[in-house]
Design a protein around this ligand. Structure first.
Ligand code: SF4
Length: 346
């Protein structure tokens, strides 16, 4: 099927077959698709790029997702946990560098009880009233999510990874459930969080129909943030021999997401920068508007290895941040010191 730019500008009206055809089209549509996506992101967010300071505070996880380098059965992973004081230290460094969102991300680690998390979140909230606090700690109960929200967390990231039950069961052990993950996402919305979800592109066994299901699930959920990145294999997982996802399809999915969710905050992820040098900049040009430099203390950095060869950009330093600003300026975008809340007002 051939699509003109005019056709693609109506993608929000496409049925499943047409969406699938866009996902499977050859690369001649990408120029039009990326231009349209960029026009839409500029309407909503101008040329601004928002920074999120990522703090990977634990790489312990009770789960065993087949694609993940920190899955519980990977005995080669060197595990670490960061103390509250270390977290507050990196928040200070990040704040001084202009970060106004902190993202606490970790595996599902019950060592950090609800009380501990509430203590950490409320301490950050007390010190940085003007910052957004984003949590990404996996599946927890409604009550836990509510407790974190009540002490000052504003946003929550929980990728659904795939919205198709059959595909989900090929990526996760039986004890994990897509239904529960979806329930968590709706609970988070009900509580009042700005919610982020998302999926891997090119994960093993994924079909174009699965990607269409992902888009339809997101249309139902209406998340504020959508994080996607290419699947990248990790040597210590059952998927060690699987093909990686591609930058091309990831960029196309970013552009489609921008057109279907014009208001959304879309990160150009580290995985995209890992699979291809310049991948993150390409992601911004295809419609993404967020980057998430890593503020995790350097001594732990190499240990949060969800996939092989993860890049370390040095953007947590003042020089690194300037270099990032420059790279984005060169392609026409502007890094801002701002919480970067979702813009649903249009
Ligand atoms: S993907 Fe997340 S939940 Fe699954 S093993 Fe890795 S850190 Fe744990």
């Amino acid at each position: 099927m051939n699509f003109t730019k005019q056709d693609l500008s109506n993608i929000h009206k496409f049925d499943d077959d047409m969406l699938k055809a866009v996902i499977e089209a050859d690369n001649t549509i990408d120029k039009d698709l990326f231009e349209l996506a960029d026009e839409v992101r500029r309407e909503y967010y101008d040329n601004k790029v928002y920074l999120r300071g990522l703090i990977e505070y634990t790489n312990y996880c009770k789960n065993d997702c087949y694609y993940c380098g920190i899955r519980c059965s990977n005995k080669n992973a060197k595990r670490y946990r960061i103390t509250k004081d270390e977290i507050l230290d990196v928040c200070k460094t990040g704040y001084d560098l202009g970060y106004r969102t902190f993202v606490l991300q970790g595996g599902e680690d019950s060592y950090y009880t609800d009380d501990m998390m509430c203590d950490i979140v409320s301490s950050i909230r007390e010190m940085y009233e003007d910052c957004a606090i984003t949590l990404s700690l996996g599946e927890r109960s409604y009550e836990s999510y509510k407790a974190f929200f009540d002490v000052g967390a504003n946003r929550y990231l929980l990728r659904h990874e795939t919205a198709d039950n059959n595909h989900y069961s090929k990526l996760h052990p039986d004890r994990m459930s897509l239904d529960n993950r979806k329930k968590c996402l709706y609970n988070l919305k009900e509580i009042g969080y700005q919610v982020g979800s998302g999926f891997m592109v090119g994960s093993p066994y994924q079909t174009s129909d699965n990607l269409v299901s992902d888009l339809r699930f997101l249309q139902d959920l209406q998340p504020d943030m959508i994080g996607i990145g290419p699947f990248i294999r990790h040597q210590d997982t059952p998927f060690r021999d699987k093909e990686n996802g591609t930058m091309e399809l990831t960029l196309r999915m970013i552009a489609i997401l921008r057109l279907l969710f014009p208001y959304s905050l879309l990160p150009s992820t580290t995985a995209l920068g890992t699979i291809n040098e310049g991948g993150r900049e390409a992601g911004i040009k295809a419609g993404a508007n967020v980057v998430m430099p890593n503020l995790t203390p350097i001594k732990y950095r190499g240990q949060y290895e969800l996939y092989d060869d993860k890049i370390y950009t040095g953007e947590e330093s003042a020089e690194g941040r300037k270099a990032l600003e420059k790279r984005l300026e060169m392609i026409g975008y502007r890094v801002v010191t701002d919480r970067g809340d979702v813009n649903k007002l249009k």
